[in-house]
Design a protein around this ligand. Structure first.
Ligand code: OZS
Ligand code: MG
Length: 214
């Protein structure tokens, strides 16, 4: 039977990227998505903004919601200091299987813990399961209607601390209107919009950076 797009994306990584070289993995995926098949990775343009925020926060603990094929996982993990931990949640087992291989090809397995399941099940268990008290940085890139409920859940579960940074993809396209309204109007967040474009296109999109004020 015909391969899936994630399988073809992994093939492009294994063919064109150098094992242990995260930048070559990122370049191989961007080249594949720009020239062969579009895929919903944060991409190179928004990826540079992601890189800047990761470097500024210099996080010891990162939570990513929505691994997909592991593109942003590799982008983030390559910038983390040696003892830092990135936990990435993925609901779809087929996507998770591809992402594990992409992360391994980049040589970043030590820094990344990929967890399969739903945010509603795992967010309440982060502390007990992974020994993480709070997250310095959260990257939201999963189902757009889950950004707001999961943010409220993270607050309730106490995994955010004063100064925790939430960085949300796709706040314009496909759009996360309820989340955007919440973080921009809540007195408990200081929000900033980084205008960009939908990955590999000229369509407007952007990232919203929101600092939790505690
Ligand atoms: O729909 C988009 N993204 C949805 C992304 C969804 C991904 O997040 C996973 N997930 C679901 N729950 C969890 C968790 F973590 F809760 F467990 C993880 C899903 O299995 C999927 O791999 C999207 C669409 C476009 N587009 O242009 O249409 C562009 C983009 O950048 C996008 O991110
Ligand atoms: Mg996205």
């Amino acid at each position: 039977t015909r391969s899936t797009r994630p399988q073809r994306l992994l093939g492009a990584v294994q063919k064109n990227a150098t094992r242990g070289d995260p930048c070559s993995v990122i370049q191989a995926i961007d080249h594949f998505c720009r020239n062969k098949e579009w895929a919903m990775n944060v991409g190179d343009e928004k990826g540079c903004i992601l890189d800047a925020v990761v470097s500024e926060v210099n996080p010891a603990t990162v939570l990513e919601l929505g691994t997909y094929c592991g593109y942003s996982t590799v982008r983030i993990a390559r910038l983390l200091p040696p003892d830092a931990k990135l936990i990435t949640l993925e609901f779809n087992p087929d996507f998770a299987a591809i992402a594990r291989q992409v992360i391994a090809w980049a040589g970043l397995e030590e820094k990344v813990q990929l967890v399969e399941g739903a945010s509603g099940d795992w967010i309440p268990r982060m502390k007990e399961q992974f020994g993480v008290k709070t997250f310095d940085l959260v990257f939201l890139d999963h189902w757009k209607d889950r950004y707001l409920p999961d943010t409220k859940l993270m607050e309730e579960c106490g995994i955010l601390r004063k100064g925790s940074v939430l960085l949300a993809d796709n706040v314009i396209c496909p759009g996360t209107p309820d989340y955007l309204e919440f973080v921009r109007n809540s007195p408990r967040y200081e929000s900033q919009y980084f205008k960009s474009h939908l990955e590999y296109t000229k369509v407007e999109d952007g990232l919203e950076k929101s600092v939790f004020l505690g």
